[in-house]
Structure formats: structure tokens, C-alpha cells
Write a protein that binds this ligand. Structure first.
Ligand SMILES: [Zn+2]
Length: 122
């Protein structure tokens, strides 16, 4: 633990981009462990909803404490429809990507607390 990066525990450190976000996203949606590029696993530090309806996830490598940002694409038209159809049938709105994860209300939208993505109007 001599790396000076480890001493600063600030979230303002610029995170690294993930080289193969598609693979990682798939694992993330499945609820699987996320392999860290330098080895070991990534922990989720923060899920952040973005202004355009997409999400971003701040990850930290459990071994190296390096941080990575994973961008989560916005809801597709068919995902939004699935959520809307579910709500119209009286079901609690679930994330179309995370099985069994209920959407939460954020201002006027419903978002997934794991994706940070907005899927419907509340
Ligand atoms: Zn989700």
C-alpha cells in the first residue's frame, strides 16, 4: 500500500475507460462478478444517472484500487415499451436488463438503481 493514488480516496479522480464495455455490461446485467483489467474483481462504487437518460457506473478494482467508468446505454424503444406494458398491466415496473430489479422513482422518471438508466415516465 505505497501507491500514492491509494492515499487519495477522492471520487473526483478521473476513472479509466473500460476497453471492452460490452462484455462487462453483459456480466453486470447478469449480476455476475466483474473481472478487473489488472486482475481480481471490480466493485461498484456508484451508479450515476446521466442527463440523456443513460447511466454510468463507477467501478473500483478490489486489488489495485484503480477506478473505471462503465457507460450504460440508454433504454431502447422496445425496453421502454416493455416497461410501459408491464405498468399498464398493473405490475411493479422492473428493469428490462436486471431480472427482478424494481425501478425506482427519480423526479419524473423511473430508473434502475443498478443501471442508472431511465426507462419510463413515473
Ligand atoms: Zn438495470
Amino acid at each position: 500500500m505505497t501507491n500514492s493514488r491509494l492515499a487519495s480516496d477522492s471520487l473526483s479522480d478521473t476513472p479509466y475507460d473500460i476497453a471492452n464495455p460490452g462484455d462487462l455490461l453483459r456480466l453486470y446485467y447478469e449480476g455476475a462478478k466483474l473481472p478487473s483489467p489488472p486482475g481480481g474483481f471490480l466493485m461498484v462504487l456508484r451508479v450515476q444517472p446521466e442527463d440523456d437518460g443513460s447511466g454510468s457506473i463507477l467501478l473500483e478494482c478490489a486489488t489495485s484500487s484503480l477506478r473505471y467508468q462503465l457507460d450504460v446505454p440508454k433504454a431502447t424503444r422496445s425496453e421502454r415499451k416493455r416497461v410501459r406494458d408491464g405498468m399498464e398491466s398493473g405490475a411493479d415496473p422492473e428493469c428490462p436488463r436486471h431480472a427482478g430489479q424494481l425501478l425506482v422513482r427519480m423526479r419524473n422518471d423511473l430508473m434502475c438503481p443498478k443501471c442508472g438508466v431511465r426507462y419510463a415516465r413515473a
